[in-house]
Design a binder for this molecule. Structure first.
Ligand code: GDP
Length: 703
């Protein structure tokens, strides 16, 4: 197998931004300029972008695909030479950045990112959130200050807000050639040339000299750029101190290294809507963002011995390893599983091992998604991102690995939902669509559950936190057009026991017709958290006939689900049936089931039962001056602070807080920190509820 594109010519990138900064417009322009998109859709004109996308979809164009492959030859727009072609895989990142598995995974599979800002507002609260998330996953990035054609736009102001709120290591490598209605193009500060984008779609690029009115500012920014770069490279530092000229090539090389090491962050600019600057942005993707071989090798565990860490380098020579990062429904092909190949090669039609489930999967069809077509491919290589069709046993987060060299890239055990919300369709029409839409969302996200309350018939959705469910309800509306009302969030409490206990129950009924007789003796013991329910049958000599034993087990299980303290399910219990008796005529399955259930209730009451509550792991990122207030507030919410640390000029607090105390935290944190604090939260574990609070739960005062 021979690859067509050398791996060093790959760029697996994502665009991250807060909503409205222009992520969609930038993505579209990228697809247009990379020569594949046929036409430019515009949100502001009569032909709205959504309509355009709908139409494109009908024609089989997948602009919104989870990963779109396109090609780019830097500077070909000036020289016409396409010899230096690169393959860019543009990976879609969810618009909402939170702590759900999906977001983590999409950041995980990309090697670099473009962060888009609004040229009027600069850094907004939401851009801080996405930035901190990218920090967490060590994603090298470049910034694009967009919308510089807008009234009130200011590159300098936006740059200031980046220095101030995000990082002092940002360096402008461009500045705009005019702003607001005068915005005509971009000045490249490394080359010290200006570029104008002419023609209806800005594809006619002209290189010109930097005009006098821009020279002073351009020189200022360039000196800062050179100084910063010299600071990252010893050789260049010497030259710099000696007052020697540093060449364009030297600057680019050192800047590439510093960007990949996340020491410097190049800042570019333009206006995507007016078609100015996107070609240079694509050049910068190639020049500064890493290829798969520029980033550290991926690590995983040996499924046979989970203490052993295995490493896979981005090369075709190592055993095959890929991560399934997204499942999406495609109107033409059905379910697509998107994978990122970290190492090795693979020929279609062969088998791979899903190391999370232990099952083999045959990859019969592999597709590469382009903006306007799907390409069937026969072979895939290290660094590739593609979609596979009809994988039945693979879900998001699974590793597909060479059978004889298995590796698990991501350990996943999906926790049970810790929060439930009632959801009601607004109209009859919504009702019809809601069921199937919820089902689709559930297929994509293993931590999202849907159930119907047997007594009331209400639909209840469950998830990993308030924000998680908010996002899903929002997606329901945006992607499926289903409007729904939701109730108040309900914490999913559990119950547990602390000690062993025994109980005996005899169920006898003799009224009219046939009587009932079931008699059991059971012993219960607490199990470690997460072990679930275990049933042991110690009946000897047929004191209870075989055929009734499953009924006893069933009775116990059903009683556990109803709990004994406040109606929440009792978890992590081992129940042993060790004695009992039966009656030749009157015994029945139902009688033994009732006896089992009653015996469990009695035993559990003696075994010191109590309520458990979900505890969330929370990470709060704030400017230092708010540290005291934010910690005080977390303590008032029964939070335990684990640690605080510094991260690129901000303070990070790691804490554990009971889920029930986190409702409304987003609003609370915003008002404590003038809108600058961000946080993310995930489920950690279940813990015993303090007595006073348990009392409130039992009395129904606390939801
Ligand atoms: P997203 O929410 O980040 O995907 O943002 P969109 O790409 O949908 O853009 C949001 C709005 O900003 C739309 O109305 C766009 O037409 C507009 N927009 C995007 N880029 C620019 C730009 O460069 N200049 C101006 N004036 N508007 C822009």
């Amino acid at each position: 197998m021979i690859r067509k594109y050398p791996i060093e010519k790959y760029r697996n990138i994502g665009i991250i931004a807060h909503i409205d900064a222009g992520k969609t417009t930038v993505s579209e322009r990228i697809l247009y300029y990379t020569g594949i998109s046929h036409k430019i859709g515009e949100t502001h004109t009569g032909e709205s972008q959504m309509d355009w996308m709908e139409q494109e979809k009908e024609r089989g164009i997948t602009i919104c695909s989870a990963a779109t492959t396109c090609f780019w030859s830097p500077k070909a727009y000036l020289t016409g030479e396409k010899t230096n072609e690169h393959r860019i895989n543009l990976i879609d990142t969810p618009g909402h950045i939170d702590f759900t598995a999906e977001v983590q995974r999409s950041l995980r599979v990309l090697d670099g990112a473009i962060v888009v800002f609004d040229g009027v507002a600069g850094v907004e609260a939401q851009s801080e959130t996405v930035w901190r998330q990218a920090d967490k996953y060590h994603v090298p990035r470049i910034c694009f200050i967009n919308k510089l054609d807008r009234l009130g736009a200011s590159f300098d102001h936006a740059l200031e807000t980046i220095y101030e709120k995000l990082t002092k290591n940002a360096v402008a490598i461009q500045m705009p050639l005019g702003e607001e209605s005068q915005m005509e193009g971009v000045i490249d500060l490394i080359k010290m040339k200006a570029y104008k984008f002419e023609g209806p779609n800005g594809d006619d690029v002209k290189e010109i000299e930097v005009g006098d009115e821009f020279k002073v500012r351009a020189e200022e920014l360039r000196s800062r750029l050179v100084e910063k770069i010299a600071g990252e490279d010893e050789e260049l530092m010497e030259k710099y101190l000696d007052g020697k000229e540093i060449s364009e090539e030297e600057i680019k090389k050192a800047l590439r290294k510093a960007t990949i090491d996340y020491k410097l962050i190049p800042v570019l600019c333009g206006t995507a809507l007016r078609n100015k600057g996107v070609q240079l942005l694509l050049d910068a993707v190639i020049d500064y963002l890493p290829s798969p071989i520029d980033i550290p090798p991926v690590e995983g565990l040996d499924p046979k011995d989970e203490t052993k860490v295995l490493v896979r380098h981005s090369t075709d020579d190592e055993p095959f390893a890929a991560l399934a990062f997204k499942i999406a429904t495609d109107p033409f092909v059905g379910t697509l599983t998107y994978i990122r190949v970290y190492s090795g090669t693979f020929k279609k039609g062969n088998y791979l091992l899903n190391t999370n489930t232990g099952e083999k999967e045959r990859l019969g069809r592999i597709l590469r998604m382009h903006a306007n077509q799907r390409e069937e491919v026969d072979e895939i290589y290290a660094g590739d991102i593609c979609a596979t069709v009809a994988l039945k046993k693979t879900t998001t987060g699974n590793t597909l690995s060479d059978e004889s060299n298995p590796i698990v890239l991501e350990q996943i055990s999906f926790p049970e939902p810790v929060i439930n919300i009632k959801i009601e369709p607004k109209t009859k029409d919504d009702q019809e669509k809601m069921g199937t839409s919820l089902k689709k969302l559930q297929e994509e996200d293993p931590t999202f559950r849907v159930k119907t309350d047997e007594e009331t018939g209400e639909v209840i959705i469950g998830g990993m936190g308030e924000l998680h469910l908010d996002i899903l309800v929002d997606r329901l509306k945006r992607e499926f057009g289903v409007e729904a009302n939701i109730g108040r969030p309900q914490v999913s409490y559990k119950e547990a026991i602390d000690s062993n206990a025994e109980a005996e129950y005899k169920y006898i009924k003799q009224s009219g017709g046939r009587g009932q007789y079931g008699h059991v003796k059971i012993r219960i013991e607490p199990l470690e958290r997460g072990k679930g329910f275990e049933f042991v049958d110690e009946i000897k000599g047929g004191v209870i006939p075989r055929e009734y034993i499953p009924a006893v087990q069933k009775g116990i299980k059903e009683a556990l689900e109803k709990g004994v303290v406040a109606g929440y399910s009792l978890i992590d219990v081992k129940a042993t049936l060790y004695d009992g008796s039966f009656h030749e005529v009157d015994s029945s399955e139902i009688a033994f089931k009732i006896a089992g259930a009653q015996a469990l209730l009695e035993a559990a009451k003696k075994a010191h039962p109590h309520i458990l509550e979900p505890i969330m792991k929370i990470e709060v990122v704030i400017p230092e001056q708010f540290l005291g207030d934010v910690i005080g507030d977390l303590s008032a919410r029964r939070g335990q602070i684990d640690q605080t640390e510094d991260r690129t000029g901000m303070k990070v607090i790691y804490a554990k807080v009971p889920l029930s105390e986190t409702f409304g935290y987003a609003t609370g944190l915003r008002s404590l920190t003038e809108g600058r604090g961000t946080f993310s939260m995930e489920f950690s574990h279940y813990e015993k509820v303090p007595a006073n609070i348990a009392q409130e739960i039992i009395e129904g005062k606390r939801k």
